[in-house]
Design a binder for this molecule. Structure first.
Ligand SMILES: [Zn+2]
Length: 232
């Protein structure tokens, strides 16, 4: 089931203090409306009870969708630097819930679950989009690297992510997005051949594919922070 916890929030606009049901975990099999809200970008958006100012809580919950085979630990964008430690913690959480240390029935559920760790709402949304259109997320990150080689103006930086927004016909909608504020810096389209060509001939990318898929944190961001220790 999905869990919510009462939280005291302070409005950043008028300093009103009010309570809100912050999410602790999402079960998308039972609450497909919560998955829809994540895709729409509205999930956990709060409206102040005094001045109606709207703001969004940072993600900090586990997402489960057994039907689509997804288990995702979603954390605030600002925690990205600690991804190695957090990935180890979340792996332990998964192992207890659905992995080697879980009851047999839970383990059989866990075998069908892809385990992922994301930082920020845009990263979480992208994982849902990739599942929806049938893309392998490791190979998609490889495709981003391939794309970056031909984008000299790429605003890649810590906290600014390249995210897939959706697939229209044969074109992929992408955008550079600030992970914390979700501000879209610019959007553009590329042919889905970018991805399909890599799926058809992945061999030249084997090393980076292994690096990206070595832990539950599957994101090219980890390659740009000088940390490849988890590639073991
Ligand atoms: Zn307010």
């Amino acid at each position: 089931m999905s869990l919510f916890v009462q939280m005291n929030l302070t409005c950043p606009e008028c300093a009103e203090v009010f309570t809100y049901e912050a999410v602790g975990s999402v079960n998308a099999d039972r609450r497909s409306d919560l998955r829809d809200e994540i895709l729409e970008g509205s999930f956990q958006t709060v409206s102040c009870s005094a001045c109606a100012h709207a703001f969004r809580l940072e993600p900090d919950f586990n997402y489960l969708d057994v039907g689509r085979g997804q288990w995702i630990a979603a954390l605030p964008a600002r925690n990205l630097r600690d991804h190695l430690e957090i990935a180890a913690d979340k792996q332990a959480v998964f192992d207890l819930s659905y992995g080697s240390q879980a009851p047999a029935a839970a383990q059989s559920v866990g075998q069908g679950l892809q385990q992922r760790l994301v930082f920020g709402w845009p990263a979480l949304r992208e994982k849902l989009v990739l599942q929806e259109i049938g893309f392998d997320d490791v190979l998609w990150e490889v495709a981003k690297l391939d794309l970056l080689r031909s984008l000299p103006e790429a605003p890649l930086a810590e906290g600014v992510d390249l995210r897939l927004l959706g697939l229209q016909q044969d074109m992929l909608d992408l955008a550079w997005i600030r992970a914390d504020s979700e501000e879209h810096l610019n959007g553009f389209q590329v042919s889905r051949a970018l991805y399909d060509d890599i799926v058809a001939a992945p061999a030249p990318w084997a090393a980076v594919q292994a690096l990206l898929g070595a832990s539950m944190f599957v994101d090219i961001q980890k390659l740009f922070m000088g940390e490849g220790e988890d590639a073991a």
